[in-house]
Design a protein. Structure first.
Length: 518
């Protein structure tokens, strides 16, 4: 009978990464730049007592000074949720996204309570053993601690000869105790590193000092069968009756290195996928912008024909129109102009997104430009029985794109008229600042809720309803306006209260062109 193989479903990278993190024997914690916990794996729950649901999104509960990323392993003492203090080895690495932007810090903690206790007791007993070697009980306790240690322990004299080792050292390197005692420590180091290590050993004896484990050195050990493996080593000088010796505690970090390699591979694969997705998104945005630009041009051509012929007919050169016909042509002209404005907005948006919007330098009288905009907007103001005033005297000549400046002002005034009830008032003001001219458009309209005041500058976002209770336009006007202001090197902001009106202010730097902003 044929054997049926059922394919296992492929794990999503995020699921695989989470499973890998939860399988780690070490506590893995990710904190953002504000110190807020973003990741808390199962080992962290078991070691520290807090569940991920309790701690995620909150400040790190450990009262400890975090080391700088990539500074090596640090020995710390922390309190669990139940108040019990434990020792831990802490390693911090940078945490960045696919674009290389720093997101925070990744903390890796290994429970070292027993190890630190044993190491402290071992060092203490080593001193005592050198002073009172004849005491059998102390010797026996020393041997018990030595053999109970989770890491390999060697004691080496000035000549590099091994004078003491534990059972873990035998197992780690594959030699018997008899083979190692009296031999040089270089036996446990790969051949190509032995000469360099002998030099390091000589230098160390000139200035012996405690070197903690995990100081960033990439070290290798060599087994009896010739295989090599990554290690971390701590060194402690010890005074004895026989002279100065050094105690080396050696940890095999093969599993941790393999886990880090797997995490790195997953991160690289995920980064590649993100880059590919971003490339596809950029291409889609480019095609969308090209489509909008093409369609806008195609739509404007027939629309100009419609507007032109409707205006020609209303001049009654081909015959007198009755009131009904005049009303119909008026609707055609009004809606055609509205449609043309929407198409122009789409065209501007496509240029902005494609990075093809260019400003033309020109020196002009700000007051004259404002008056031209007022001439355009007054029919809309009069239709709603609103009042409009301008205070823009004593302003210097502007060095900016005159057409785009008028577009900025017209967009803000159109919104003011649209969102101000009949009989309301609108004010335009201009003031000279230190390095710029500030213009503001104020109204007595419906106002904008505080939580929406920044959203109104997003593309296609429409806040609330107009004074007539309906939504109008595409939601592009303010997005385009903010971009035009930014292109001049200025800023656009809003201050508003619901039911009391809004005030939109923008600046045009006096040195916009000189600074290369335009």
């Amino acid at each position: 009978m044929a054997k049926i193989v059922v394919p296992m479903p492929a794990l999503h990278p995020a699921e695989f990464l989470r499973a890998l993190l939860d399988a780690s024997p070490n506590a893995i914690i990710a904190v953002d730049g504000e110190g807020t916990v973003q990741l808390w794996n199962r080992a962290a729950e078991a070691m520290l007592g807090w569940s991920e649901s309790e701690i995620r999104g909150r400040p790190l509960p450990l009262d400890v000074q975090l080391p700088k990323p990539s500074s090596g392993e640090t020995e710390i003492r922390i309190a669990r949720k139940d108040g019990v203090s434990i020792d831990a080895d802490l390693r911090a690495t940078p945490w960045s996204d696919a674009q290389g932007n720093r997101r925070g810090t990744l903390l890796i903690l290994a429970d070292a309570t027993d190890q630190h206790r044993i190491q402290r007791e071992l060092v203490e007993l080593t001193h005592q053993e050198q002073k009172a070697r004849s005491e059998a009980r102390l010797e026996r306790r020393f041997r018990e601690l030595l053999e109970a240690a989770p890491d390999a322990i060697l004691e080496v004299d000035r000549e590099g000869r091994i004078v003491l080792l534990n059972r873990v050292a035998e197992k780690m390197f594959g030699y018997s105790r008899e083979e190692l005692l009296g031999g040089t420590v270089e036996l446990l180091i790969p051949e190509h590193l032995r000469a360099r290590h002998a030099d390091y050993r000589i230098q160390y004896w000139h200035s012996p000092a405690t070197r903690p484990m995990g100081i960033g050195l990439a070290l290798q050990g060599k087994r009896k069968d010739g295989s090599q493996f990554p290690v971390e080593i701590s060194l402690s000088p010890v005074d004895s009756e026989e002279g100065l010796r050094v105690t080396a505690i050696i940890r095999d970090i093969s599993e941790r290195t393999q886990a880090e390699d797997r995490l790195r591979a997953i991160r690289e694969e995920y980064t590649h996928e993100l880059e590919e997705r971003n490339r596809l998104i950029e291409r889609a945005n480019r095609l969308k912008s090209e489509f909008l630009a093409s369609m806008s041009h195609e739509l404007r051509t027939p629309l100009h024909t419609i507007i032109g012929f409707s205006e020609l007919l209303t001049e009654e050169l081909e015959g007198v129109l009755d009131e009904r016909q005049k009303r119909f042509f008026g609707h055609i002209q009004k809606d055609s102009q509205h449609l043309l404005e929407l198409i122009n907005d789409l065209l501007d948006l496509s240029k902005i997104e494609a990075g093809k919007l260019q400003l033309r330098r020109e020196v002009f009288d700000a007051r004259a430009a404002v008056e031209e905009v007022l001439t355009s907007i007054r029919p809309l103001v009069q239709a709603k029985s609103q009042s409009i005033t301008a205070a823009v005297d004593d302003l210097p000549a502007l060095e900016a794109d005159r057409t785009r400046f008028k577009q900025i002002l017209l967009n803000l005034l159109s919104n003011a008229v649209k969102f101000t009830p009949d009989g309301g008032s609108i004010t335009i003001e201009g003031a000279l600042l230190d390095e710029a001219v500030e213009f503001s458009v104020s109204d007595t309209g419906v106002g904008i809720p505080k939580e929406e005041q920044e959203l109104v500058f997003d593309k296609f976002y429409q806040v609330g309803q107009t004074s007539k209770g309906v939504r109008e336009g595409t939601g592009l006007g303010l997005a385009i306006t903010r971009h035009l202001v930014a292109e001049h090197g200025g800023k656009l902001s809003v201050a508003s209260q619901v039911g009391r009106g809004s005030r939109f202010s923008f600046t045009i730097p006096l040195s916009a062109f000189k600074a290369g902003k335009v």
